[in-house]
Design a protein around this ligand. Structure first.
Ligand code: DX5
Ligand code: ZN
Length: 221
């Protein structure tokens, strides 16, 4: 059975040029990407610091592409309304950073955004079981979050198959997204496992021709 679906391709600005964000967004648009992935890091939940909601708002003013905000912060509940106001379409927070994750999902949806949750490589899929009916997106981290350019941890790909089985059996609605270390060499395997959304930071932005790289990753002939 051919399990491949049409891929939603979401380049991550993390590997773009922070001194020339509009040029990086232009590259993303020229590659006919579907979404822009925006990594918000607080220097606490992850060691790195990136940007906040003002950046998301300004990007929202220069592109019509959906904005896929990945919050890598402690206390995500404190930031949801700012990112919703800034124009985020999807807001994804980390299960490991949240106490009242069900409430945060409700909070995101009440603000008119799609609700996503992410798990780091060390967190099992079973930790999500009570939340599955409510989620619009599950972001499987295939590296430990915090930095671009790391190598994909292949074991994490088992989570795609498991979450697809759970989704099909129960009729859940979430999209499955993979983030970290995706490149032209491992993308075919990831697609075969039934991923919906592929995020690519360094492989996209470090490529000589990002549009060509994008086509290889999403499996376009
Ligand atoms: C890492 C971020 C990723 C990152 C991926 O913590 O969540 O979105 O940009 O970068 P690559 O594709 O280089 O691993
Ligand atoms: Zn990310």
């Amino acid at each position: 059975m051919n399990r491949e679906k049409k891929i939603i391709f979401a380049p991550s600005l993390l590997s773009g040029n922070f001194a020339n964000v509009s040029e990086s967004i232009k590259l993303i648009e020229e590659a006919k990407a579907d979404w822009v992935h925006l990594d918000v890091m607080d220097g606490v939940f992850v060691p790195n610091i990136t940007f906040g909601h003002k950046m998301v708002k300004d990007i929202n003013n220069i592109t019509k592409l959906p904005l896929d905000v990945h919050l890598m912060t402690v206390h995500p509940e404190n930031h949801i309304s700012d990112f919703a106001d800034a124009g985020a379409d999807y807001i994804t927070f980390h299960l490991e950073a949240a106490v009242h994750s069900h409430r945060i999902i409700q909070q995101i949806k009440e603000l008119g955004c799609k609700a996503g949750i992410s798990i780091v490589p060390g967190t099992p899929v079973t930790a999500l079981s009570e939340l599955l009916p409510y989620l619009d997106l599950i972001l499987i981290m295939s590296v430990n979050p915090g930095f671009g350019g790391q190598s994909l941890i292949e074991k994490t790909l088992d989570k795609i198959e498991l979450l697809n089985t759970l989704k099909n059996n129960a009729g859940y609605n979430y999209l499955l997204s993979i983030d970290g270390g995706v490149n032209r060499d491992n993308a075919a395997l990831i697609r075969q496992k039934g991923i919906d959304v592929i995020i690519s930071g360094s492989s996209f932005f470090n490529s000589e021709i990002p549009e060509f790289e994008a086509n290889l990753i999403r499996g376009n002939k």
